[in-house]
Design a protein around this ligand. Sequence first.
Ligand SMILES: C[S@@+](CC[C@H](N)C(=O)[O-])C[C@H]1O[C@@H](n2cnc3c(N)ncnc32)[C@H](O)[C@@H]1O
Length: 391
Amino acid sequence: MAFSYKTAVPWGRSFDEYRRMFRLSDDDIKLRILGCADGPASFNATLSRNGGSVVSCDPLYDCTAAQIEERIAETYETVIGQTRANQDKFVWETIKSVEELGETRLAAMRDFLKDYETGKSEGRYVTAEAPVLPFKSHSFDLALCSHFLFLYSANFSLEFHQQAIAELFRVAKEVRIFPILDYNAEVSPHLAPILTQLKRAGCEATLETVPYEFQRGGNQMLRIRSKRAQKSRYVNSILELADLHKILQEKLTNCICVAYMILHGGCICCHFEDTENGTVFDITSWYADWTLYQNGGMITNSEVGEAAWLEIPMGKRVTRWECQGAADLTIEFEEKWELQITPWKSSTPEERTSDVWTISNAEPQSTNRFVSVSAEGVITMQNSTRMERTD
Ligand SMILES: C[S@@+](CC[C@H](N)C(=O)[O-])C[C@H]1O[C@@H](n2cnc3c(N)ncnc32)[C@H](O)[C@@H]1O
């Protein structure tokens, strides 16, 4: 659904509501925060006044303050009228009436408008439209998304949600989304597949009850963190994509493959560096599906909680990729190569075993339990392989 300011319905919540919707602690509000789809909420204005670090992004910020103010005036009565017609869908405890709701929202939006032009010149309000955000990876500690994802499930597809969440997770270490309900106060149909996908990708995705409920039954946020990020300072971004094959071809062809690792328990990781633009990629099989990590650095064996792994330094340019879903991974290199494969039997290099295997595409059809090389010199890593410990 393309964004159009002429059809936008600006409606903004306050800092206090954000604190409760996302259960933001005193420590949380000291983090570098991104507010995605913040619209005319006053979260940024209030937090910035109090010394916080926050950037809001929304396609609405393409407009001037005067245009947003005009749109608020044009749409206010309609929104209030819709709320009045659906009063039973809301909890009238903190906010006691439709009139009080209108006053609360207007106060927040006026606060936003006062701050908007200054904040824009300071780079605190950035025009951007999910699922593509104009921020470098890991620019933020925490990304918040209030009343956009899940709420508009009827307008935005599952794929859009997957891409938007992957993008938020690329730019921030942690993502919180509120609510998980759609416009009809039903749990979003996108939630279950997204939870499955996030868990499969190794993320910690939890539904947490928060001290805020206005939409009836809407008192849960989705909180997403990387399990591996908690263990490693390197891996804190994840990009899981529906069509990984396409992405791999686009991003990884012509990258230098600097290492393979085959991790204990059947998990395989390949590490790549795009020397032209300095981007680093890891592709990892977490038992079934392939996952692409961008700028995530090296994954170490400690992150899978098991000891044995193999490292294969390559330094060769990749010319072809084949990888789909849970299928095996095939990689073709432009040059001849020979690999020394060293199985590691514990988490530290010092505890390396003395076993070394050599495989090479100069020596076709060499095979071991994990990697085989065809007569054409194509290497195939078997995703289904279960590595056994060598000790
Ligand atoms: C209901 S408002 C929520 C505003 C604010 N987050 C709050 O809770 O008060 C939804 C916001 O989503 C924004 N939006 C629409 N499409 C978007 C997109 N593709 N990416 C980011 N924001 C978008 C709209 O401009 C609007 O400001």
